[in-house]
Design a protein around this ligand. Structure first.
Ligand SMILES: Cc1ncc(COP(=O)(O)O)c(C=O)c1O
Length: 421
C-alpha cells in the first residue's frame, strides 16, 4: 500500500474500512501478548536435561564437590566452555549468578561507589553521563536512571550507533563515562554492529580515562538464520583499549530465563580491580548450576546445535509477523520495520505521533505490546514512532491473529493521522 498516492476521499474511505476491520477484531475479545522477549515453553523444554544433570552430578572429574563453598570466579569447567564459545581467555571470564542484568548492576554500582580502577567514584562527581543508542533496551535505561546518570541518546542505524556523533561526544566531554551497547541482534531493532563500528568503538579517543562500554552481548548465539552476520570480537589483539569493554552474556534465552548462568568478560586490569569488591560481596555464585551448565553446553559446536533448535521454534513466529507487514505495507514509507537475522525483536517505525495510538488500538483489540516510548531513555520517544514487537512467547497458532490485530491497528492509526493533514 502506498498511501501517498491516495486522494483525501480515498484516505477517508480507507480509514472507514480500517476502523471496521479493527472493530471486528475487538468483538473477538482476544487475549494476545507480544510485549516481552520471553522464551516460550517449547524453548524451555529444550533444556530440561539440565535439571537431571543438576540432580545427579556435582563432583568434578578432579573430585571437587561443587555443593560446597569456593570458586568465586566460577567453576573452571564452565569458564573454559564459555571462553571457547566466546573466543576469550578463561582467566578473563567471571561466571556470575542466574542473570546478566545483575552483573551489569554490580559493575555500575562499583564504578559509582568505588570508582573504575582507582579513578574518582562516579558518585563524587557533579554529573555523570552515558551514551545510549536508541532505540535501545528499556532496562539499561532504568538502570542508569536509578543511579541518576544522564542519558545522551544517539541514533542507532543499520551498522550500529551514529559513530561520528559518538566520537565527537566522548572526545569532548569528560563527564561521559560510559555507553550501553547491545552489539549483536540489538534489542529492539535486531541490527548487528559492523566491523567498522566495532573498530571505531575500540579506537576512539575518550576525554574520560575511566570511560567504559557495557557490551551487553545478550544475543551472541541467538541466530535465526545460518547467514546471520557475525560480530567482531572486542577481546582481540588489535584492540588498543581492552580495558574499555565489560562484556556481559547469559543463558537466559539458551537454557532457563533467570535460571541459567551469566558471565562477565573483562581485561586483566578490570578483573583484578573488581576482585576485591567481589570478595566482600559474595563467597561464590551457584556452582551446582554452573557445573551443570558446563556439561550441558559442552562446546561452541554443541551450543550451535542447541540454538538451531531454538531458531526452528522462533523463526516461523518472526516470519508470520514479517509476512503480514510485507503484505500490508510493502513500499509504504509511513510504516517500516526491521527484518532481523537473530535475536528476539522486530522494530516497527511509524509516522510521527502514531506509535502510541497503534499500541492503544492493539490493546483495545486484545493484543498487548510493550509500552510506547519503552525503547527510549525516560520513555521519551519525541517522535512517537517506535514500536517493539516480541514474537517469541506467543503460541504459533495465535501468531496470525496477532499479526491481524497489529496490521489493522497500524492501518487505522496511520490513516487517522494522514486524514488529519
Ligand atoms: C539486551 C538484553 N540484555 C539483558 C537482558 C536480560 O538478560 P538476563 O536475563 O541475563 O538478565 C535482556 C532480556 O531481554 C536483553 O534483551
Amino acid at each position: 500500500m502506498d498511501y501517498s498516492t491516495l486522494s483525501t476521499e480515498a484516505l477517508q474511505t480507507s480509514l472507514a474500512a480500517a476502523k471496521k476491520r479493527h472493530a471486528a477484531l475487538v468483538k473477538e475479545k482476544l487475549d494476545l501478548d507480544l510485549s516481552r522477549g520471553k522464551p516460550c515453553p517449547e524453548q524451555l523444554d529444550l533444556s530440561m536435561p539440565l535439571l537431571n544433570i543438576c540432580n545427579s552430578t556435582f563432583k568434578s572429574p578432579k573430585g571437587t564437590d561443587y555443593r560446597n563453598y569456593g570458586f568465586l570466579d566460577g567453576v573452571p569447567e564452565l569458564r573454559e566452555v564459555l571462553a571457547e564459545i566466546l573466543s576469550v581467555d578463561p582467566a578473563n571470564v567471571l561466571v556470575g549468578g542466574s542473570n546478566s542484568l545483575n552483573l551489569m548492576y554490580d559493575v555500575l554500582s562499583r564504578a559509582y561507589c568505588f570508582g573504575v580502577c582507582g579513578a574518582t567514584p562516579w558518585c563524587k562527581l557533579p554529573v555523570v553521563k552515558f551514551i545510549c543508542p536508541v532505540p535501545g533496551y528499556d532496562r539499561h535505561f532504568t538502570l542508569l536512571e536509578t543511579f541518576g546518570i544522564q542519558m545522551i541518546s544517539v541514533p542507532l542505524g543499520e551498522d550500529g550507533p551514529d559513530m561520528d556523533l559518538v566520537e565527537e561526544l566522548v572526545a569532548n566531554d569528560q563527564n561521559i563515562k560510559g555507553m550501553f551497547c547491545v552489539p549483536r541482534f540489538s534489542n529492539p531493532t535486531g541490527i548487528v554492529y559492523s566491523d567498522a563500528t566495532v573498530d571505531r568503538l575500540m579506537n576512539m579517543r575518550t576525554a574520560a580515562t575511566d570511560f567504559r562500554i557495557f557490551w551487553d552481548n545478550a544475543y551472541f548465539a541467538h541466530d535465526l538464520y545460518p547467514d546471520a552476520p557475525q560480530l567482531k570480537n572486542v577481546f582481540c589483539d588489535g584492540n588498543p583499549n581492552l580495558d574499555r569493554f565489560y562484556m556481559f552474556v547469559s543463558t537466559s534465552k539458551i537454557t532457563f530465563a533467570s535460571g541459567g548462568i551469566s558471565a562477565l568478560v573483562c581485561s586483566d586490569k578490570n578483573f583484578a580491580s573488581m576482585h576485591k569488591y567481589l570478595t566482600a560481596q559474595t563467597i561464590n555464585y551457584d556452582k551446582i548450576n554452573q557445573y551443570a551448565h558446563a556439561q550441558f553446553l559442552q562446546s561452541k559446536e554443541n551450543l550451535q546445535q542447541h540454538m538451531a533448535k531454538h531458531a526452528a521454534i522462533l523463526r516461523p513466529k518472526f516470519e508470520v509477523i514479517i509476512a503480514a507487514l510485507r503484505q500490508a505495507f510493502d513500499g509504504c514509507k509511513e510504516v517500516r520495520w526491521t527484518e532481523p537475522k537473530g535475536g528476539y525483536f522486530i522494530t516497527i517505525t511509524t509516522m510521527p505521533r502514531v506509535a502510541h495510538r497503534v499500541i492503544e488500538l492493539c490493546k483495545k483489540a486484545g493484543l498487548k505490546l510493550t509500552e510506547a516510548g519503552c525503547a527510549h531513555p525516560l520513555h521519551m520517544d519525541d517522535l512517537d514512532s517506535t514500536i517493539r514487537v516480541a514474537p517469541s512467547y506467543a503460541n504459533i497458532d495465535d501468531l496470525d491473529l496477532c499479526a491481524s490485530v497489529l496490521v489493522a491497528s497500524l492501518e487505522y492509526a496511520t490513516l487517522e493521522e494522514l486524514c488529519k493533514k
